[in-house]
Design a binder for this molecule. Structure first.
Ligand SMILES: [Zn+2]
Ligand SMILES: [Zn+2]
Length: 436
C-alpha cells in the first residue's frame, strides 16, 4: 500500500517502540496526500490511548509541519476504563497522565477528534466501537477502484494487560468485499441480467440492510460465494494477559499476538509485562484463531532463534498455523476457501530480512519465500532446536551477529539494487492486494 493511501492508524499503546515512529509516519502520509486525487478532504485518523493527542500535537507543532487543508488529521483517544487492570498499571497510567497537556492548541490542519469510551457489557467485558461512519466504514462505492480506496472494515478494540494501558484491535472486513454467487442467485429466482431492481437489492445487501425478493427476506450469507465471508483479524498489543480481548478476537482468521521470548523464559517475559510463545499460543487456542502471527520477538534473537520460536509455537498449536514476524514481513490474510485448499501462508520479506535468507543462486536480495514443510525440515535440527531453547534461559547475547549497517548513499550499486527490489516488492504487494 502506498503511504499516501493510508486512512487510519491504530496505536496499541504509548511505549517508545510503538510510538516514536508515529510523527514521521504521519508526516510521510500527509505529505503524499496532495498527489492523490481519490482521498479529497478526508482526514487521516489516528487512534490510540489517552496522551497520543498531546504527543502528536507537540511533535508536529514544534516541527512547524503544515498542511494546506484544515481537515488533514483527526486524533482520537480511547479512554482507559478506570477499574481495568491491577493497581500498579493504574498508578503508571496516572503518572503518565501528568504529562498530557490539554492546553496544546489544535493543529491548524486538525479536525476535532473523538474521545471514545469503552462500553461494559453484563459480563464485565469492555468493548470500544473504534470506527464510525466518518472513518473506515463506508457504503460500498460503485466502482471497484473506489472500493479499494475507501473503507474496508469495521474496527473494535478491547483493553489488555501490559505495564501501561494497551489495546487490542480487531478489524472485520466490510460486506462490500464479498462477491455474489451467480448460481445461488439463480436458484433463489433472482435474475442476474443486471436489471434495476436486482441492482437495488445488491446495494441493500452491501450496505448491510435487509434484502427482500419476491416478498421474502434473503440474507446476504445465502447469496455470496463461499469462503468470501468477511475476514477478521485481531492485533493484540504488548501483553502478558490478553483475556480482556477474548470476546472481540473470537474465531478470527488471523491473530497477531506478541511473543517476546521462547517458552523457557515465560517467567522473565511475564515479569516484564510480555508474553512467551506459551501465552500467545494459549490465547490463540482459546479464541480459536485460524492463524497466529507472533510479533515483538526480542531484539536479542537471531534469525535461527526466531525459526526455533516458530517451531516451538507450531508444536504447541498443532499444524502449520504459527508464524514469527520479522521486520518488514507482510502476510496476506487467507480466505476460508484458500485455507481449505491447503493454502500456504505467503510471507513477503523486505530488505531487512534478506541477510539471513540467501537463495541458492547467492542473490542476497531474494525478495520473498514461502514458509512450508521443506523450509522447516532443512532449517533446524532437533539438536539445534534443543540448544536454542536451552540457550534462551541464560539470555546470552554475546554470540549474536552484529547487524550489518551500511550507508546506502555511499554505495550506488547497492542502492540501485534496493530500489529495484523495492519496485518488485511493491508490485507483489499490489498483486496480493488485488487478489485478496
Ligand atoms: Zn510495551
Ligand atoms: Zn513493545
Amino acid at each position: 500500500m502506498r503511504a499516501g493511501l493510508v486512512r487510519n492508524i491504530f496505536v496499541t499503546h504509548l511505549h517508545g517502540d510503538h510510538l516514536y515512529g508515529l510523527p514521521g509516519m504521519v508526516m510521510s502520509i500527509l505529505g503524499r496526500r496532495d498527489i492523490l486525487s481519490g482521498l479529497g478532504e478526508k482526514p487521516l485518523n489516528v487512534y490510540g490511548p489517552q496522551g497520543i493527542r498531546s504527543f502528536l500535537r507537540m511533535a508536529l507543532g514544534v516541527a512547524s509541519f503544515r498542511m494546506p487543508t484544515k481537515s488533514a488529521l483527526k486524533i482520537n483517544e480511547l479512554i482507559w476504563p478506570k477499574e481495568f487492570g491491577p493497581q500498579s498499571l493504574r498508578n503508571r497510567h496516572r503518572s503518565a497522565s501528568t504529562y498530557w497537556n490539554h492546553s496544546i492548541k489544535r493543529l491548524p490542519f486538525e479536525l476535532p477528534g473523538r474521545d471514545i469510551n469503552a462500553v461494559k457489557d453484563s459480563e464485565g467485558r469492555f468493548t470500544y466501537q473504534v470506527t464510525q461512519d466518518d472513518a473506515v466504514v463506508e457504503k460500498a462505492p460503485k466502482s471497484k477502484r473506489k472500493m479499494r480506496r475507501d473503507g474496508v472494515g469495521t474496527v473494535v478494540a478491547a483493553p489488555v494487560l501490559h505495564t501501561v494501558p494497551t489495546l487490542a484491535y480487531c478489524i472485520t472486513e466490510n460486506k462490500s468485499s464479498q462477491r455474489f454467487d451467480k448460481e445461488k442467485l439463480l436458484q433463489l429466482g433472482i435474475p442476474t441480467d443486471g436489471r434495476e431492481e436486482v441492482r437495488a437489492l445488491f446495494q441493500k445487501w452491501t450496505a448491510g440492510e435487509k434484502g427482500m425478493w419476491d416478498g421474502k427476506e434473503i440474507l446476504v450469507e445465502e447469496v455470496v460465494q463461499e469462503g468470501r465471508q468477511p475476514r477478521r483479524m485481531c492485533v493484540v498489543g504488548d501483553t502478558y494477559d490478553a483475556d480482556g480481548a477474548t470476546h472481540i478476537a473470537k474465531d478470527v482468521d488471523v491473530l497477531v499476538h506478541e511473543a517476546t521470548l521462547m517458552a523457557a523464559s515465560t517467567h522473565t517475559a511475564r515479569s516484564r509485562g510480555h508474553s512467551s510463545t506459551i501465552g500467545a499460543t494459549k490465547f490463540a487456542k482459546k479464541v480459536g484463531a485460524r492463524r497466529l502471527i507472533l510479533n515483538h520477538a526480542s531484539v536479542s534473537y537471531s534469525e535461527r532463534k526466531m525459526r526455533a520460536m516458530e517451531m516451538e509455537a507450531r508444536a504447541m498449536l498443532g499444524g502449520n498455523k504459527a508464524y514469527v514476524a520479522r521486520d518488514l514481513s507482510i502476510f496476506s490474510v487467507p480466505t476460508k476457501v484458500e485455507d481449505n485448499e491447503d493454502f500456504t501462508f505467503r510471507r513477503f520479506v523486505g530488505f531487512a530480512d534478506t541477510r539471513e535468507f540467501k537463495d541458492p543462486s547467492g542473490n542476497p536480495f531474494s525478495g520473498d519465500f514461502e514458509v512450508g514443510e521443506e523450509d522447516d525440515a532443512e532449517g533446524i535440527s532437533e539438536d539445534e532446536f534443543d540448544v536454542l531453547k536451552a540457550d534462551d534461559v541464560s539470555e546470552e547475547t554475546e554470540d549474536e551477529e552484529t547487524p550489518m549497517l551500511v550507508d546506502i548513499e555511499d554505495q550506488p550499486v547497492l542502492r540501485d539494487e534496493i530500489e529495484r527490489q523495492n519496485a518488485i516488492f511493491t508490485e507483489q504487494i499490489r498483486q496480493n492486494v488485488m487478489t485478496a
